[in-house]
Design a protein around this ligand. Structure first.
Ligand SMILES: Nc1ncnc2c1ncn2[C@@H]1O[C@H](COP(=O)(O)OP(=O)(O)OP(=O)(O)O)[C@@H](O)[C@H]1O
Ligand SMILES: [Mg+2]
Length: 787
């Protein structure tokens, strides 16, 4: 054990430190006190993993083993980071300043701000959010005519992000076997140009933030050693959701650069049942192989859940128990049985929302605060009906991580001005503001400016200043030099004037706020207020962070915008996606949209392991609830202008009936019954096939990919879950169907039964309809009759 930084301080601090393990159970206490080897804490939801991390940090500081500045703690969201910082502060009786408690991205940006010159970037680099990268990709794809090869900006963005998270670049892709389709070849070119364009603009996309930090630590051992000396402890929450790049970063920090060299002690906590970011490259192996990657690991299991009542926990255990070949956990709660889980099937999304609103109001009348209540959903599209009804019902609410303040067009415009000042190489930002507000700079003029800048080898703001040399009309030339002058002056002023004043002057001088205030569009007044809000945040920031630069503020803004958003604050119900809910807890939780296609989401049905991941997501949702849990669905839902009949989620069937309190069943409002035990979802064979990835990953082997399942087809008598269609909604049943029989189907018309497989509830008919369509139907539930 180390006695640094000061043994005198340590001696006086110890009695105080003992207080920090009071009230912890023996395993938790051990986790707080363990020293000298890597520590892995794996445990189910609500077992105190995050609490252990918090107490461990406080304990390290209280004993004097580490200064606050020697702690690096990584959490998954900014919100979680703020909470942890506050709690550690409270435990230590004051704010412990100087701790690095942040997300992976924020920690990396802090490192890059200091070190990025090593990698050939200039200070004041811009961070491109997903929208910015998409814009850039669109341009590059167009230039390469890669759209002709079937490459869309969305697909390119997704693939590039995946590759970056695996720490692979365009050259790796070019070398990769099988990258020979025209789309792959196009992707290589687009990827290369995209990275080049980012570098040219002195900009990083989100993935680069991690990738470049890893690159930095790998390529510059002295930088790596500096951070290894700086941090004595590295702690990571939600480790199950780390991807390869994040894993590498942790490994580079926590293993000595050379034998016997300094390295911080590593503590990670996680729960494989809550891994919900496989689609972003999160790799469970980081947790399952932890002790191989970090030899000498001490592993601690926690089994008591302190969050939820037993019925809620039993429901969670039952659901996650359907995932194949996971390490079984024995989570139990001492908080009593608690209420049964309320379940409601509405006839429409509005009816469902009305139920949610009524229940919320009831809970509120019974004494719960608004902020004790949260509503979760799988997709953002579900918020519309909810918001409408909540407004009408007078329930105060806040969307967490929804449409974000910094995503608003006018706010992005203002930020683009600031970026143009800090990072004039960022063409995307400069081009965004050329004609906002309108100054007569159209696409042709813009192109002439860009060409001129390229020919002269200068950035766009410098080209604006020299607009006279381009040979355009006097009016537009004047507008351009004025804009160039405003940017240059702001840049100069930053050297010796307060940040907020410089920014206010700039936005005023270029007329951004004025244009909005003078506009006839009533929306523009609200937009102007948003700019006021932005300035207020800047003032706030300068007061909070001494010596803050404009570049720091922008990085802060760009990262907040990236991840989660602000607290719901007091007095409001929180609305958020299930993904955002990770790590949080509320006395009352509503999970909405328990329908096939939503939860599990239809996108998951074709993915190997997709259903298992959706199930983990549902498990995360359930385990947020402390005392009240309500699940709801709608038997019909309108999306993209189409109203569809919805089938109850298979996950509803996975909760034992005696834990449920049905307020309204789907069949009471014209829907399909939840299937109950023995229904057609509950086909273990399907689960094995669908969940192949999760299973093998847990068993420690390499993950199979689609390629491992060539021509995946179900054995006879089985069907893939994704073959369920609304045509399967039961409206009747045909007894003793035989091959060759003619039938009539509710939507497909008449046809002939070609083949029958399976029996009873699992009997499947292959039918050729007179229209020519060939369909597989579950006889027990298909809306068919004899023709
Ligand atoms: N020993 C304990 N005594 C009392 N309350 C505890 C104890 N341990 C944890 N708790 C409480 O239980 C709740 C869950 O703890 P925490 O959030 O740390 O769990 P977790 O394992 O991180 O959960 P998740 O997996 O959802 O992130 C918190 O309210 C926490 O304060
Ligand atoms: Mg936690």
């Amino acid at each position: 054990m180390s006695s640094n930084p000061s043994s005198a301080r340590a001696a006086s601090a110890v009695p105080d430190a003992d207080r920090l393990v009071v009230g912890l159970n023996p395993q938790q206490r051990e986790a707080v006190l363990h020293r000298g080897s890597p520590l892995l804490i794996v445990a189910g939801a609500g077992s105190g993993k995050t609490r252990v991390l918090t107490h461990r940090i406080a304990h390290l500081i209280a004993t004097g083993e580490a200064w606050p500045s020697q702690i690096l703690a990584i959490t998954f969201t900014n919100k979680a980071a703020n909470e942890m910082r506050e709690r550690v502060g409270a435990l230590l009786g004051g704010v412990a300043e100087g701790m690095w408690i942040s997300t992976f991205h924020s920690a990396c940006v802090r490192i890059l701000r200091r070190e990025i010159a090593e990698l050939g970037y200039r200070s004041g680099f811009t961070i491109y959010d997903t929208h910015d990268s998409r814009t850039l990709l669109k341009r590059i794809i167009k230039e390469h005519h890669a759209d002709a090869d079937g490459l869309t900006p969305a697909a390119a963005q997704h693939r590039i992000s995946q590759l970056k998270n695996e720490l692979r670049d365009a050259d790796d892709l070019a070398r990769a076997e099988g990258a020979h389709s025209p789309a792959d070849a196009a992707l290589v070119d687009v990827f290369r140009d995209y990275d080049w364009a980012l570098q040219h603009a002195n900009a990083l996309d989100f993935d680069d933030i991690l990738v470049q930090t890893v690159h930095l630590l790998e390529a510059f051992p002295e930088v790596r050693r500096r951070y290894q000396r700086r941090f004595r402890h590295v702690l990571v929450d939600e480790y199950q959701d780390t991807n390869h790049a994040q894993y590498e970063l942790i490994r580079l920090l926590a293993t000595p650069a050379e034998e016997g060299g300094p390295a911080p002690e590593l503590t990670v906590v996680g729960d494989s049942d809550q891994s919900i970011y496989a689609f972003r490259g999160a790799d469970l192996r980081n947790i399952t192989h932890f002790d191989e990657d970090f030899p000498g690991t001490r592993m601690i299991l926690l089994e008591q859940n302190y969050r939820s009542t037993q019925r809620i926990l039993s429901a969670a255990n039952a659901v996650i128990g359907h995932n194949f070949d996971r390490a079984d956990k024995n989570l139990w709660s001492a908080l009593g049985d608690g209420d049964r889980i309320t379940v409601y099937a509405g006839y429409s999304a509005h009816d469902e929302a009305q139920f949610v609103a009524d229940e919320i109001r009831r809970l509120h009348r019974e004494g719960l605060g608004w902020s004790d209540i949260a509503v979760f959903y799988r997709t953002n599209a579900q918020t519309r009906a909810l918001e409408e009804i909540l407004v009408r019902a007078g329930v105060p609410y806040r969307l967490i991580g929804g449409t974000r303040f910094y995503d608003r067009a006018e706010v992005k415009d203002a930020l683009a001005y600031l970026i143009a000042v800090v990072n004039p190489a960022d063409d995307l930002a400069v081009r965004r503001i050329l004609n906002v507000p309108r100054r007569g700079i159209g696409p042709t003029t813009e192109q002439r400016l860009v060409t001129f800048a390229a020919r002269e080898g200068i950035d766009l703001p410098a080209a604006l200043v020299r607009a006279e040399e381009i040979g355009l009309g006097p009016k537009v030339t004047g507008a351009m030099t004025a804009l160039g002058g405003a940017l240059a002056d702001a840049r100069a002023a930053l050297a010796d004037q307060p940040l907020d004043g410089v920014v206010a002057d700039l936005l005023d001088r270029v007329g951004l706020v004025r244009a909005l205030r003078e506009s006839q569009d009533p929306q523009d007044e609200a937009r102007a207020e948003n700019l006021d809000e932005l300035l207020a945040q800047l003032v706030d920031y300068t007061e909070r962070e001494a010596d803050a630069t404009l570049a720091d503020f922008l990085a802060d803004v760009q990262l907040t915008a990236a991840a989660d958003e602000l607290d719901a604050g007091q007095g409001a119900v929180s609305l958020m996606t299930l993904h955002t809910a990770k790590g949080l807890e509320y006395p009352a939780v509503f999970i909405t949209g328990l329908e096939e296609g939503l939860l599990p989401h239809r996108m998951s049905l074709d993915e190997v392991g997709g259903i298992a991941e959706e199930r983990r997501l549902f498990y995360v949702g359930i385990t947020r609830a402390q005392r009240h849990l309500a699940l709801s669905m709608a038997v019909s839902r309108t999306a993209y202008g189409q109203t569809n009949d919805q089938i109850p989620s298979r996950f509803l069937d996975e909760i034992p009936e005696d834990l449920l309190d049905w307020r309204q069943r789907p069949e009471e409002v014209g829907g399909v019954r939840a299937l109950g035990r023995g229904g057609r979802w509950r086909d273990a064979e399907d689960d094995v096939r669908h969940d192949g990835r999760g299973r093998r990953a847990l068993a420690g082997g390499a993950r199979p990919t689609h390629a491992d399942h060539p021509g995946r087809r179900p054995a006879s008598g089985h069907r893939w879950a994704n073959e369920i269609t609304t045509a399967d909604i039961p409206r009747g049943q045909v007894a003793d169907l035989a091959e060759g029989d003619r039938i009539r189907h509710g939507s497909f018309g008449e046809g002939i039964v070609l083949q029958l497989t399976g029996r009873g509830a699992k009997q499947v008919a292959t039918v050729r309809f007179d229209s020519g369509a060939r369909k597989k139907l579950v006889v027990a539930v298909a809306p068919i009759e004899r023709a």
